[in-house]
Structures are given as C-alpha cells and as structure tokens.
Design a protein. Structure first.
Length: 230
C-alpha cells in the first residue's frame, strides 16, 4: 500500500498543477487532497477517521476561506450588506461545514432510530465538517451525493460477491440444523449483508472527484468550489 499511496499523492500534485496552475487555489486543494488521502486510506484499513486530521483540516479550510471563498451561498445574503471579503469566505466555509456535518449526523441518527444499532461513526460527521470548510455548501452536498451513491453501488456488489463466493455457508448450515432462519440461502444473505464498508473512504473519493473531475464534466462545475480569488 505504501508505494500506491506515494504514487497517488504524486499524481494529485501533477493533476493540481495541470488544472489550477501555480496559485493559491492550487495550494488549497493540495492541502485538501493530501488530508483526504490520509482519511481514505486510514478508514479503509482500520475504519477510523482521526480527529487529528479532521479538526486540523477544518482549521486549514477556514484559513484558506479568508482568501478563496468556497462557493457563493453566503455571498447572496451578505453581498448587499457590504461584508468584508474574508468574512464572506469564512461564512461560506462555516455554512458548508454545518450543512455537511448535520446531514450526516441526521442520517446516522435516523439509521440508529430505525435499525436500533450504529450505522455510522462520528468520524464521518467530523470529516464532512472539514470537507464543508474547503468546498462550501454546493460542493459538500455534491460530495455526499456522489459518495453515498458510490458506497451503495459498491456495497451491493461486495455483498453479492461475498454471497456467491460461498462465504458463511458452513455457519449458515449449522444454524439451520438448529432451526435458525427459514433457509440456508436466507441466512447467508443476512450474514453477507452485515459486511461494513468505510463510508469515509467513499466520501473522500467523492470529494476528490468534485475537485478534479466535476469542473471538466459539468459546465460551470468550478463554481461549486470557489467564488472569489483574492
């Protein structure tokens, strides 16, 4: 994994230069991307999103927001009041952090209420606060949309792969002999569905796609990321 992470980081630096040149915006997205790579790999390996990365990234995102405003939402409300430009950027970042973290916190609370068990850690909520500080409301919402879509599609594929690979067959057969479950097949599907994927890794990949792919795919996609360079 070590050389793969190094190659990925180097490729991100090249891509950032190619897409944003030598600029403050490029510096901002380099910091953001390196933090995301740490979170993607850590969540994939040990299912953790460290506070030391999330809160540090949140602070860095706010600092950059004083120079490069992430999105335009706050400016709609504050421009007519002639608010200072750094204040506009910080307002955009804080609004993005609030929207991103609250959306995931609400989803986690609803899942626990319905399923009576934890479905998402608070690390994902803190991670989206960091993402919001860098990308603002529009970029953060797009990150959640893409990340959850990726997680759903790949999650279903993994569950199907685990089932058709014959995993848990002996356990299901023993359980069925003891009268547990309607059938071996149903038990195997239930056991395969318990496999947990790291949502933080998918959200991190989605954030990278928003920064580097969306401006190419969607006309005006760069407006999701920044409004004013100062």
């Amino acid at each position: 994994m070590y050389p793969l992470v190094e190659v990925l980081t180097g490729a991100i630096f090249v891509l950032t230069y190619y897409e944003y040149g030598i600029s403050l915006l490029a510096c901002k997205f380099l910091f953001f991307s390196c933090l995301l790579i740490i979170l993607i790999v850590t969540d994939l390996r040990v299912r953790l999103l460290p506070d030391a990365v999330n809160w540090f990234g949140f602070g860095i995102g706010l600092a950059f927001a004083t120079r490069v405003s992430p999105g335009r939402i706050a400016e709609i409300y504050m421009h007519e009041r002639h608010a200072p430009l750094p204040l506009l950027g910080v307002a955009n970042a804080l609004l993005g952090a609030a929207v991103g973290s609250l959306l995931l916190w609400g989803a986690a609370a609803a899942y626990k209420l319905v399923r009576k068990r934890e479905g998402m850690g608070m690390g994902d909520v803190k991670m989206m606060a960091m993402v919001g500080a860098f990308l603002g409301v529009q970029g953060t919402f797009t990150t959640i949309l893409i990340g959850t879509l990726l997680g759903s599609v790949i999650g279903l594929a993994v569950v199907a792969l685990v089932f058709f690979a014959g995993a848990h067959r002996k356990l299901a057969e023993r359980a069925r002999r003891r009268g547990i479950g309607p059938s071996v097949t149903a038990l195997r599907w239930t056991l395969a569905a318990q496999y947990q994927l790291p949502l933080g890794s998918f959200l991190g990949v989605a954030a990278l796609l928003v920064v580097y792919a969306l401006p190419w795919i969607l006309p005006g996609g760069d407006l999701l990321l920044f409004a004013v360079t100062r």
